[in-house]
Design a protein around this ligand. Structure first.
Ligand code: SF4
Length: 281
């Protein structure tokens, strides 16, 4: 691997994933990017953040990967779409960073969450980093849209104590319109996690006019309830905190004038999940 890391490497720590980060891995040669993806010895990370209480049980250290092949209209971190916007980080450096928080995470009954971007775009790196965390006795969670779930072997499904699975719709056409991608692989991964009895938290972003079709929500709820391994559902109200990133990156933001859903709409959505016996918040 060549020495392409910038002389003054940017800090891995960020106050929040809403920090706009671009081109931090731009100098990495294409061959090194390919090698990193194949071996997982190096990954591209937007940042590490601490103190999250919404990305798994307890207080979480979260590593945000860069690279995502989806194009969700409501994405609040579009700077993570491009892998080389992230910082190139060796698995050794990322593991060392994890080690700093080991004791604190245990005291706070927390853990480590790998999120993105789409963490499984770098599935070799993801497996290595989650395994390293588990090796330190840290609870691990993988936040994913599931599209590349098939890249993980059955044994590798065990490296995440919890999978936080983002389901973004049900109707295939509406799903494609919202994310640019097919829903099938996500549902397939959900079924596979259920077959292997891996604990899952489901995430659903409620966006007025885009993901709030009542029929779709009912179908997602039925599907989730039928899996038998969904421990909770988090209904996340759409917000505009990422709007500035679309502007800065010169992207066409279709949700410019969309308001967050009302508390009643969020409650109605939670109720649809509760009606089939799931815990929803
Ligand atoms: S899957 Fe996540 S990171 Fe990728 S576009 Fe959608 S919201 Fe953004």
């Amino acid at each position: 691997m060549s020495e392409a890391v910038p002389a003054r490497a940017p800090s891995l720590a960020a106050k929040s994933p809403y920090e706009l980060r671009v081109d931090l891995g731009k100098g990495v040669p294409e061959t090194d990017v390919r090698s990193a993806l194949a071996t997982g010895d190096m990954g591209f990370l937007h940042s590490f953040t601490t103190g999250s209480t919404v990305d798994g049980p307890g207080v979480r250290l979260v590593a945000w990967t860069s690279g995502c092949m989806w194009r969700c209209v409501y994405c609040h971190n579009p700077d993570t779409w491009t892998m080389t916007n992230g910082i190139p980080v060796s698995i050794a450096r990322a593991t060392e960073e994890l080690g700093k928080y080991r004791r604190g995470l245990k005291v706070m009954s927390g853990g480590f969450t790998l999120s993105g971007g789409e963490a499984l775009m770098q599935h070799r790196f993801a497996v290595k980093l989650l395994s390293a965390a588990r090796g330190m006795g840290i609870h691990t969670a993988l936040d994913t849209n599931g599209y590349y779930g098939e890249k993980l072997s059955d044994d590798e499904l065990q490296v995440a104590d919890l999978v936080i699975l983002d389901i973004k719709g049900w109707d295939p056409e509406r799903h494609r319109r919202t994310t640019g991608m097919e829903i099938g692989p996500t549902l397939e991964f959900a079924r596979r996690l259920a077959a292997h009895r891996r604990p899952v938290w489901l995430r659903f972003v409620l966006v007025p006019g885009w993901s709030d079709n009542a029929d779709d929500i009912e179908r997602i709820a039925d599907f989730a309830a039928g899996l038998g391994n969904v421990e909770r559902v988090d209904v996340l109200p759409f917000h505009q905190m990422g709007r500035f990133k679309w502007k800065e990156l010169g992207l066409d933001y279709k949700l410019q004038d969309v308001e967050p859903p009302s508390p009643e709409a969020v409650e109605r959505t939670c109720a649809a999940f509760r009606a089939v016996g799931l815990k929803a918040y």
